[in-house]
Write a protein that binds this ligand. Structure first.
Ligand code: P1T
Length: 380
């Protein structure tokens, strides 16, 4: 099936009892058993839930994996992947500009359990190669990165890692499977914060992990049940409902993202715009090769904290808020919001300056968004 068919139908045949065209919300914690050892395959809802299973089958189809697993948040999905695939003593190479919460999980939680992490500028494959050690078992990539939109070449890194038995995990939250399919490029696992584009309506927190290999799927199934950070039936249903419009939403985010990026790069107050769709983006060629669109995320630098504050506090349509990927436009200040947990020196090195503003461009009328930004920039 084509992608636009899969978003609507994969994992969701009409419900057999009534013919309902949408998957029911199975809001139950347990299931009646017919006798000892005799049941319909459902025993307890942490282990199995049909609404969650429909979402898991859906995202597995969209990413081209063997199985998907849904968790209570994007962070819970990432945590499950780490515990499913790694053990004390293992080393992980991480792209050096991930979501601040991912960095916090790795540095302040998982290091206490004997995992070690090194951060490399993964936009340069040679730096990933140089960071590998005999104990390296995973390369964890975010591409494009949050928030300065640096890309890494998934296929080249997978080619380097696979022969050494190192798994590549890609956080595909920013692009969604509509614009980027990491498993087809050689990654072993894809993760998403479904809170963002997959659900798309800013009304649910969730995460998914999709495995390319059956043995990884088996471990993820075990960890999902053993640790139990499952997505609720209601959130699974909201996410399934959101995914149905993924194609048209991503097209609209992409169209508005391009217009907003172009507008910002022509404003004298804006020092720099980070958007992979701009020709001057250092990895524009890779963006065109690896992704089928550029999406709705971008960042721009106003040079100073006060300029960023004035601009952010003047916006009327863009809401000042963390998160991204919903139909409504959001603006945030990474240095004090999403990336406040990254040490200041590291933030400077990555380009997450005090003047940096991140936009999640929604699908409102582009002219209204440009007028809002124009007004805010005049205050910067
Ligand atoms: O918030 P949660 O659903 O747990 O997802 C975490 C997460 C994982 N990966 C990426 C790339 C993310 O951007 C996020 C969450 N990000 C934000 C809340 C934010 O404003 O960037």
């Amino acid at each position: 099936m084509g992608f636009a068919t899969d978003v609507i139908h994969a994992g969701q045949p009409p419900e057999p009892a009534t013919g309902a065209v949408t998957v029911p919300i199975y809001q139950t914690s347990t299931y009646v058993q017919e006798g000892l050892g005799r049941h319909k395959g459902y025993e307890y809802a942490r282990t199995h839930n049909p609404t969650r299973a429909a979402l898991e089958a859906n995202v597995a189809a969209l990413e081209g994996g063997v199985a998907g697993f849904a968790f209570a948040s994007g962070m819970a999905a990432i945590h499950a992947v780490m515990t499913a695939c790694l053990k004390a003593g293992d080393h992980v190479v991480v792209s050096d500009n991930t979501y601040g919460g991912t960095y916090r999980l790795f540095e302040r939680v998982l290091t206490d359990f004997g995992l070690t992490f090194d951060y490399a500028d993964a936009s340069d494959v040679a730096q990933v190669e140089a960071a590998l050690r005999p104990a390296t078992r995973m390369v964890f990539l975010e591409t494009p990165t949050n928030p300065v939109m640096r890309l890494c070449d998934i296929a080249a890194i997978a080619q380097l890692a696979r022969p050494k038995g190192i798994r590549v995990v890609v956080d595909n939250t920013f692009m969604s499977p509509y614009f980027q399919r990491p498993l087809a490029l050689g990654a072993s696992i894809v993760v998403h914060s479904t809170t963002k584009y997959l659900n798309g309506h800013s009304d649910s927190v969730g995460g998914v992990a999709i495995a390319a290999e059956p043995e990884v799927a088996e471990r993820l199934a075990f960890i999902q049940n053993a640790a139990g950070a499952i997505l609720s039936p209601m959130d699974a249903w909201l996410t399934l409902r959101g995914i149905k419009t993924l194609v048209v939403r991503m097209q609209a985010h992409d169209a508005n993202g391009r217009v907003v990026a172009q507008f910002l790069r022509e404003r004298p107050r804006v020092k720099r715009v980070y958007y992979p769709g701009l020709e001057e983006h250092p990895q524009h060629a890779l963006a065109k090769r690896q992704m089928s669109g550029f999406g709705g995320m971008l960042a721009f630098d106003l040079g100073a904290l006060e300029a960023a504050r004035r601009a952010l506090e003047s916006l009327k349509i863009f809401a000042l808020a963390e998160s991204l990927g919903g139909v409504e436009s959001l603006a945030c200040h990474p240095a004090t919001m999403t990336h406040a947990g990254v040490p200041p020196a590291e933030r400077q090195r990555l380009g997450i300056t005090d003047g940096l503003v991140r936009l999640s461009v929604g699908i409102e009328d582009a002219d209204d968004l440009l007028a809002d930004l124009d007004r805010a920039l005049a205050q910067a």
